[in-house]
Design a protein. Sequence first.
Length: 81
Amino acid sequence: MKSTVLSRELARLGATASNGRRDRGAVSGLLIAVACALFGGGAAVVAVTAVVTATGPNDSGAVLNGPQKPVSPTEVIRYGG
């Protein structure tokens, strides 16, 4: 019964069964593309959030115990000795 209803609808639309399969394939491909975009976007958001909220070792200690005024780079980084 289901196949006759489908056949009738395809005939009404002037389509063939192979066009219906092709249309289903296009819809399936679109659904897969949307799902991949959603999962990929979600993974990217998680990764960016992890990087933004990450702190290095002793970051909080450096904030509390570090110099209170700016330090010249030559005092911190010594090149060649």
